[in-house]
Design a protein around this ligand. Structure first.
Ligand code: FUB
Length: 452
């Protein structure tokens, strides 16, 4: 009885609260080491992927997501994995992808199958979401067993730099082909002036620099952001007038996350549609922790002198900067928040939503219902007898736009489009909740939806 009461209490208090959260931004899998890339009018977010219930950095593939409004993130699947690199056998750790001359170059650290430790590979594609191929068939860089966490940066004069490393920080100047470099591997002096001192174990390393470098340029100033330590890590930055230093330590950006943090952290920074965004990871998702991390984002403004302010980690996250048009197809895997569902991939439909149980839901944020919607069209497959959807506005218990039972699918494999009438005229800007109901089991697979 007490247990039941607790469950009901949680249903009506915790879930509506969670449903208004925006951080962590991905809830279908554990993601780590965010690397955002602005390409045309879209933010592509490349992440690592912590396997469920990991007790180490057990990572086998990388994930990609995209957004145009900073709130609804579309799952673009897993365009790169350890299998892409025949010479690698484990540790798909923190990478970064960039664009040059019509191609996307994704730099990632992996452990070599020959037992020689971590090295940095580069994968290439003509699309931001792949498929990516190993550009070299061998590592691009192998200089020591701390060859992890590459960050790539192309300067205004066209010179590209690749920085990386833990416990050292090294760089090379990439050639214009982005898959080779010229000159020596340079080791950056990790001194107090450049990278401050550690808050603990100061005798073990020369400075606070730990790992996860991220190189950014704004106006004429170069910013080196990084995870700083000891452990647990915080995020800090140094600046320089050149891309190669000397670096001057500036400050902490994000302190150690005490509640819901992971013992690592990892920065990413972009300017997008006139705003600045800071990406990091935490352990705040259900079941999360040091080896089950999740990517989050905060908006911030540079100070007038160009310094970066202290940024708080929040549950609320960022505001939408664009309205979602519901009268065109929206992929079901475009999600502001969800609980209980997963995504999968098939060659016919691409990424789709699956593992939908009764009680699960999916939220799409900042939807512009600018005219009356007469019906909703959905593409689904494998619907169980009695699987139904309620489409509500603004909360899990908000006004219902439509509620209907899906036609059950005899042919489990086949995707079909179904149209259902709406029940209530609701206009204006709203968050839309797809609340799933029905018998026990995977209720159906969900490819896309659209209001008519
Ligand atoms: O994700 C594996 C490792 O943890 C990364 O390479 C580091 O930056 C830390 O986040």
């Amino acid at each position: 009885m007490v247990f039941k009461r607790l469950v009901y209490l949680c249903l009506f208090t915790c879930i509506p609260f969670l449903a208004s959260a925006q951080n962590p931004i991905i809830q279908t899998v554990y993601t780590a080491d965010p690397a955002p890339l602005v390409y045309k009018d879209t933010v592509f977010l490349y992440t690592g992927h912590d396997e469920d219930k990991s007790t180490w950095f057990t990572m086998k593939d990388w994930r990609a997501y995209s957004t145009v409004d900073m709130v609804n993130w579309t799952d673009r699947g897993s365009p790169l994995s350890l299998e892409t690199f025949k010479w690698a056998n484990k540790d798909a750790w923190a990478g970064q992808c960039t664009f040059r001359n019509g191609k996307f170059y994704w730099y990632v650290p992996v452990n070599q199958a020959n037992g020689k430790g971590m090295a940095i590979g580069v994968a290439v594609s003509t699309s931001p979401t792949g498929p990516f191929k190993d550009a070299l068939g061998k590592p691009l860089v192998h200089s020591g067993n701390g060859d992890i966490d590459p960050t790539v940066f192309i300067d205004d004069d066209g010179q590209a730099y690749l920085y990386w490393g833990n416990p050292y920080l090294k760089y090379v100047k990439l050639n214009g082909d982005m898959i080779s470099y010229s000159g020596e591997v340079i080791t950056v002096p990790l001194n107090k002036e450049g990278f401050s001192v550690r808050y603990k174990d100061a005798d073990k390393r020369p400075s606070a620099y730990e790992e996860g470098p991220w190189l950014h340029k704004r106006k004429d100033l170069y910013y080196m952001l990084y995870a700083a330590g000891g452990v647990p890590e915080h995020l800090a930055y140094s600046t320089s007038k050149t891309a190669t230093g000397p670096w001057t330590y500036q400050d902490t950006i994000m302190t150690i996350i005490k509640k819901g943090g992971a013992f690592t952290n990892h920065p990413g920074l972009i300017d997008y549609k006139g705003k600045s965004y800071f990406f990091y990871h935490n352990g705040a998702l259900k079941g999360g922790g040091g080896f089950n991390r999740s990517v989050a984002v905060e908006e911030f403004k540079f100070n007038s002198d160009g310094t970066i302010p202290r940024i708080e980690n929040t549950v609320a996250g960022v505001e939408a900067i664009q309205k979602l048009n519901p009268y065109q197809i929206t992929q079901a895997e475009t999600i502001a928040w969800q609980e209980g569902i997963e995504t999968a991939f098939d060659p016919n439909s691409g990424v789709y939503v699956t593992d939908i149980d009764a009680g699960d839901y999916l939220k799409v944020g900042n939807v512009n219902l600018k005219r009356e919607a007469k019906s909703i069209e959905l593409r689904t497959s494998a619907a169980l007898e009695g699987a139904s959807i309620e489409i509500r506005t603004d909360s899990l218990t908000g006004p219902i736009i439509a509620s209907f039972v899906l036609k059950s699918a005899a042919n489990q494999e086949k995707w079909s489009t179904q149209i259902f009438k709406t029940e209530k005229v609701i206009t204006g800007i709203h968050d839309i909740f797809f609340v799933f109901k029905g018998p026990n089991g995977n209720l159906f697979n969900f490819d896309w939806w659209k209001f008519n």
